[in-house]
Write a protein that binds this ligand. Structure first.
Ligand code: MF3
Ligand code: CO
Length: 257
């Protein structure tokens, strides 16, 4: 069941969205060689807890941390670890869900550590662009499949693949609500988009083959072929005019408004 949000609920979701954005702003200076993914998560959790928020990922089916920090061939759900140390040339995604005043927001950024190879930089660029191209379809009267197909089309025509086993999702009081928002699909299919729907749209893309594997820890999802992966995500609200992104940082807002 898709839960349409009232203006009051949307206002609260925006507060959660701005807390997620604050996490990205705060961790940015930590994204450098020698820092562990444990340290990044620790700072992210501190920002959320000090603002009176919660981390819905923590304890979710036993997931041990507040955020996911996924390096290079790790696509999603990287468990923060003192043993995973960032190195020059890495690409690192930080997936943050914050709960605040009863509502959640969810976003992911992939950071470049020092100077990265041109191929890695292009993958990160395409992943981000896929999101912004796809949300042009996020408007009243369109369907979820229009968003999905736009992601798939752009990513595949750029020479990459989209992950099949994981998807974006509705979001609100819970971090995962209906509908599912896959990164592949057919235009004109799926649930109709209505004003007040809240969606986490999240391209998860692979440089090589589309197959993924889950490690023995039960969480870490990697590319099967060991090639690079990337993830980019924002929470959006369907509005009268189209959609509004509620998880942008102040710096990003200047770029997109
Ligand atoms: N942000 C992730 C998502 O989009 C949440 C995964 S957190 C975990 O679904 F708890 F499942 F690890
Ligand atoms: Co999500």
């Amino acid at each position: 069941m898709i839960i349409v949000k009232s203006p009051r609920e949307i206002a609260l979701m925006k507060e959660a969205g701005q807390l997620v954005a604050k996490v990205f702003e705060t961790v940015e200076p930590l994204m450098k060689p020698g820092v562990s993914t444990y340290e990044i998560n620790k700072v992210a959790e501190k920002v959320i807890f000090e603002a009176g928020g919660s981390c819905p990922c923590k304890g979710y089916y036993g997931y041990p941390a507040g955020t996911c920090v996924s390096v290079n061939d790790t696509l999603i759900h990287g468990i923060p670890s003192e043993k995973i140390i960032l190195r020059e040339g890495d690409i690192v995604s930080l997936d943050v869900v914050a709960g605040l005043k009863g509502y959640c927001a969810d976003a992911t950024r992939t950071f470049l550590i020092g100077t990265v190879k041109e191929e890695a930089e292009r993958l990160v660029k395409v992943c981000r662009e896929a999101f912004f191209i796809a949300i042009k379809q996020a408007k009243v009267g369109n369907r979820v499949g229009d968003i999905s197909a736009a992601i798939q089309q752009y990513v595949e025509s750029s020479g990459y693949n989209v992950a099949r086993d994981f998807a974006g999702h509705g979001i609100g009081k819970n971090m995962h609500e209906d509908p599912s928002v896959p990164n592949y699909g057919t235009p004109g299919t799926g649930p109709l988009l209505q004003e007040g729907m809240a969606l986490a749209v999240e391209p998860m893309i692979l440089e090589g083959k589309k197959e993924t594997k889950v490690l023995g820890d039960g969480w870490t999802v990697k590319s099967k072929d060991g090639k690079l992966t990337c993830h980019y995500e924002n929470t959006i609200i369907i509005t009268e005019e189209g959609c509004e992104i509620i998880t942008l940082t102040e710096g990003e807002k200047k770029l997109h408004v």
